[in-house]
Structure formats: structure tokens, C-alpha cells
Design a protein around this ligand. Structure first.
Ligand code: BYC
Ligand code: FE
Ligand code: FE
Length: 471
């Protein structure tokens, strides 16, 4: 078991105290991070006391501590899950060799790229969400937003630790650039597309945490299989925090649908009371799920094949022994490819289909979430059901990026797509309406009219607990 140093300026279980060079480098980066947090993080709430969870170790059970804290004083720490003695490479070309605790020279660029791409998303999401505090539907939700924000900040620390420790001067430059690119900046945008999209409202936020943080789950899980052990261990621990982000999204969307269902049963038009109509929710779901599917990259990808072959990025739960062939050389993946206006069956070598496999796992997981929403709607006796878009809908990456497909996956002409776009994706009018519903509710236990209260509070506190204190 690693020793946890909570007293240090940067709490950690990576022995920073004994690595003076690294310690100095990270202590130099820390003020730049805090500057970034003040400039680009949540606006205006830095003086409030917020009931937050802080990671204080990696043991099962007691890894988190809850207390009031001002966000700039949050203890962003560096924590790696415990190492597994004798762990061996379990997929790709080097199966059976010992895992690496240093970066093999020939892997350096590819690995750095993966770490930078992962790291870049974390501060991006904080930037995207920075204005939402002003329109929170309750103190409970306001706290959830800030919990997610500080933990995404810690995830940035996790990747910056790897860059500083294992990538020398290049790594230090990359760590600086993490704070210089900004979401939606036309000159220095974030790397991946979905992280440059505005998160304008809480409907976007709950869809984002449902669908985009869930991409995070799958990417982190794939990296947690990595033969580069420090990456595997840091992403493994990030996943424990990630569960709460996805829960925030699932519960948030579920509570909106629940509220709209209650109104439907009373015969009240949601628009007449500032709530969100079902069809509008469906369009927001379509938008964020399709944008998040793009984060898996192309279905047929030589990048993905290389990352798998070299042992850097595995399949979902690769280590659980659920795949017959850990080299992935013996099988292929069948997929419908658009060609001359129709879909043609093609077979791609399995290694090149790693992004597609991960996306399939993600899609199934989303289906499970949607069926939970739908069970609640069923119980409430309304007819509406959420339907998730297929993998072809509204894509900007991969095989379906150039075609036009309905949410059900049927190929249509560009003209038909343009004509029916408003059925499937939020229109400007939808956005204006949703924005008009967003008004802050800061009284403990009170909720905006468009969202039902949660079933439970946080950490066994009541729902009407003062999760955020205004002085
Ligand atoms: N936007 O071979 P391809 C999270 C680029 S979320 C823009 O098809 P590849 C979080 C690609 O870079 C998890 N560009 O795909 C969630 C490549 O460029 P080059 C983040 C894109 O490379 C919420 C070209 O297109 N983690 O943690 O196999 C809140 C061809 O790419 C996009 C990771 O992403 C896009 N959507 O896969 C906070 C894990 N998609 O090389 C946090 C690390 C592709 O031709 N990243 N491109 O210049 C990866 O594993 C891979 O980079 C990707 C792309 C899966 C993203
Ligand atoms: Fe994260
Ligand atoms: Fe997250």
C-alpha cells in the first residue's frame, strides 16, 4: 500500500516529498493552475463555503472526506490506485511481458498524445460550465456542479503529474498548454470537438454529465488497462470520482423528466409553468449523445489499432478476461459503411475497430440509463419514452460523418435531413425557451419548477441541507 501524504502542499500518495525535482516542478505549476481556476473556473462562487468531497486516499470505502470548503482552498491531490505486484501486459503485441513503470522510447509520442488529449478535456469541462452557478435550480444542484468542477480539476492534476514525471521538458510544456487552450477559443481551442461546445443551461449540463462524462468513463477504463502502469493506476482512481459525475447527469435528466411527467398527469402544459416539454428533452439528449459518440473517434482507426497493439489502450474490461483473443488478431468487426448513397456491409480487422467496440459498450450503457428513465415514466403512467439515437445520427467523426441519417439510423438525403433537423435537434427557439426557464433557486430545500427534488441528499445529509453557504 502506498503512503498518503495529506499535509503536503500537494496532497499525494506518489512520494512527492522524496522527489525534489518533481516537487519543485509541480509547485511551480500550482499557482498557474490557481490563476486559471480564478480566471476560467466557476464565476463568483469562490468565497462561498461549499459542502464538498475531497479525495484523501485510495482505499475502498474511506477514500473521501466531506466538509465545507471554499473552492480555491480545495485540496487537489495526486492519487494513484495501489499497484498490483507482478502485473503483466495482458493484451496487444507484448502479452506476458512485465508492465512498464517508465515510458518505452518508441511509445513516447503516442502515449504523450493520449495523456494530453485526456488531460485537455478536464479543464475544458470546467470552462464550459463556468456560468452555470448563476442559474442553479437548487443548492443541492449547485453543490453537485462544483463537486464535478473541482474533481475535473483534480483529473487535470492527475494527467499533469504524468506529464511532469515521465516526459521531461516536453511534458512541462504540455502541462502549461493545458492552461492556455480554452474551450471555444477560436485561436486556441480545446482538442476534442465536444469540449468546445457551450454548456449554456442546466439541461445541457445534465445531458453532458450523462453522456459526455460517460465517454470519460469508457476512455478512462480503456486507459486503466494500459501497460504503462502509472497511467493505469491514475485512471483507475479517476473512475471512482467519475461515477458521481455520471450519477449527477442521470439523476438530473431523470428528475426533469419526472417533473414533466407529473405535470402531464395533472394535464398541465409544461410550457405554461416554465418546465421542459418531453420532445425538447429528447432533442437535447440527441444532441449531447451524438456529440459524445464523436469522442470515440472513427470506427475504423489505425490510431486505435496502434494504441492497442502497443499495449497503451485496451478494450473495456480487457483485464476481466471477457475477450477470447487478447491479441485481437484473429477476428474482424462487421459494420455498415455508406457507399454511393447506400449502406454496404464491410468487415474490418478487429484491431482497427477498437474505437467501434468501445463505442458499442458505451451505447449499451446509455441504453441501460435510458431504460431507468423510462421505467420511471412508465410508473408515473405517461406514454412518452426516451429513445436514444443510433451511432449513425449527427456524427462529425468516423464512417457516418459525411452521410445524413435519422436518429433511427436510416439514411436520408441532405434535403430531408435539413428539413427535419428541428424534429431531432434543439432549435434556437428551444434554446431560448430553456434559457428562459433557468432562474437561480438558492433557498435550502427549494427547487426550480422544471425539476423534481432528488430522492436523497448527499453523504446522508437531508435534501434541504445548506449545501452552499451564502454569507
Ligand atoms: N474531436 O483515428 P481516429 C473525459 C481526431 S472524456 C476532434 O478516428 P483516434 C471527460 C483524432 O485526434 C474522455 N478530433 O480516432 C468528460 C485524429 O487526429 P490526427 C477523454 C477528433 O485517434 C467530461 C483524427 O481525428 N479521453 O474524460 O483513435 C468531462 C483521426 O482519429 C475527434 C480521451 O479522449 C473529436 N471528437 O481516437 C471531463 C482518451 N475524434 O491524429 C472529462 C484519449 C477524433 O489525425 N484519447 N479526432 O491529428 C484517445 O484515446 C483518442 O485520441 C480519441 C480519438 C479516442 C479521442
Ligand atoms: Fe474527469
Ligand atoms: Fe467527469
Amino acid at each position: 500500500m502506498s503512503t498518503v501524504d495529506l499535509e503536503a502542499k500537494i496532497p499525494n500518495n506518489v512520494g512527492l516529498r522524496d522527489n525534489k525535482r518533481l516537487l519543485r516542478a509541480l509547485e511551480k505549476w500550482q499557482p498557474a493552475f490557481l490563476e486559471w481556476w480564478k480566471d476560467m473556473g466557476p464565476t463568483d462562487f469562490n468565497q462561498n463555503d461549499i459542502y464538498l468531497r475531497t479525495a484523501v486516499g485510495v482505499g475502498k470505502g474511506g477514500w473521501a472526506h466531506f466538509d465545507y470548503v471554499k473552492m480555491p482552498d480545495y485540496r487537489w491531490g495526486i492519487f494513484l490506485a495501489d499497484a498490483h505486484e507482478g502485473r503483466k501486459i495482458h493484451f496487444g503485441d507484448q502479452i506476458g511481458s512485465p508492465i512498464w513503470n517508465e515510458v518505452p522510447g518508441e511509445m513516447r509520442n503516442r502515449l504523450r498524445r493520449l495523456i494530453v488529449t485526456q488531460g485537455d478535456t478536464e479543464p475544458a469541462s470546467v470552462e464550459q460550465q463556468r456560468l452555470l452557478g448563476h442559474t442553479a435550480p437548487s443548492l443541492y444542484d449547485l453543490r453537485s456542479l462544483f463537486q464535478v468542477n473541482v474533481e475535473e480539476g483534480r483529473h487535470l492534476w492527475a494527467m499533469v503529474y504524468l506529464l511532469h514525471t515521465f516526459f521531461g521538458a516536453d511534458g512541462r510544456d504540455e502541462a502549461e498548454e493545458m492552461l492556455q487552450r480554452h474551450s471555444g477559443d477560436p485561436d486556441t481551442p480545446r482538442i476534442l470537438e465536444a469540449f468546445n461546445k457551450p454548456i449554456e443551461t442546466w439541461v445541457d449540463f445534465f445531458c453532458f454529465t450523462t453522456f459526455t462524462d460517460r465517454d470519460g468513463k469508457y476512455q478512462l477504463a480503456a486507459l486503466a488497462e494500459s501497460s504503462f502502469d502509472p497511467l493505469a493506476r491514475t485512471t483507475q482512481f479517476m473512475l471512482t470520482e467519475e461515477a458521481y459525475h455520471m450519477q449527477t447527469g442521470e439523476n438530473g435528466v431523470g428528475r426533469i423528466l419526472h417533473r414533466t411527467a407529473e405535470l402531464a398527469k395533472e394535464g398541465t402544459d409544461p410550457r405554461s409553468v416554465g418546465a421542459i416539454p418531453f420532445d425538447m428533452m429528447q432533442r437535447y439528449i440527441n444532441e449531447w449523445m451524438s456529440a459524445s459518440m464523436d469522442l470515440f473517434g472513427g470506427e475504423d482507426s489505425t490510431n486505435a489499432a496502434e494504441s492497442f497493439a502497443s499495449g497503451l489502450k485496451g478494450r473495456y474490461r480487457e483485464g476481466d478476461g471477457i475477450y477470447k483473443d487478447p491479441t485481437a488478431l484473429q477476428h474482424s468487426y462487421d459494420v455498415d459503411v455508406p457507399e454511393d448513397g447506400k449502406l454496404v456491409k464491410k468487415s474490418i480487422p478487429l484491431r482497427r475497430a477498437m474505437n467501434a467496440l468501445l463505442l458499442d459498450a458505451y451505447h449499451q450503457d446509455c441504453t441501460r440509463i435510458a431504460s431507468r428513465w423510462n421505467r420511471d415514466l412508465d410508473r408515473l403512467g405517461v406514454d412518452f419514452r426516451v429513445k436514444l439515437p443510433t451511432q449513425r445520427f449527427n456524427r462529425n467523426q468516423g464512417l457516418y460523418a459525411d452521410g445524413y441519417f435519422t436518429p433511427e439510423g436510416e439514411m436520408v438525403s441532405k434535403e430531408e435531413w435539413e428539413r427535419r433537423r428541428g424534429e431531432w435537434l434543439p432549435s434556437q427557439e428551444d434554446r431560448d425557451y430553456v434559457r428562459s426557464c433557468m432562474k437561480a433557486v438558492y433557498e435550502p430545500g427549494k427547487f426550480a419548477n422544471w425539476i423534481a427534488p432528488p430522492a436523497q441528499g448527499v453523504n446522508d445529509q437531508p435534501v434541504d441541507f445548506e449545501y452552499v453557504k451564502f454569507h
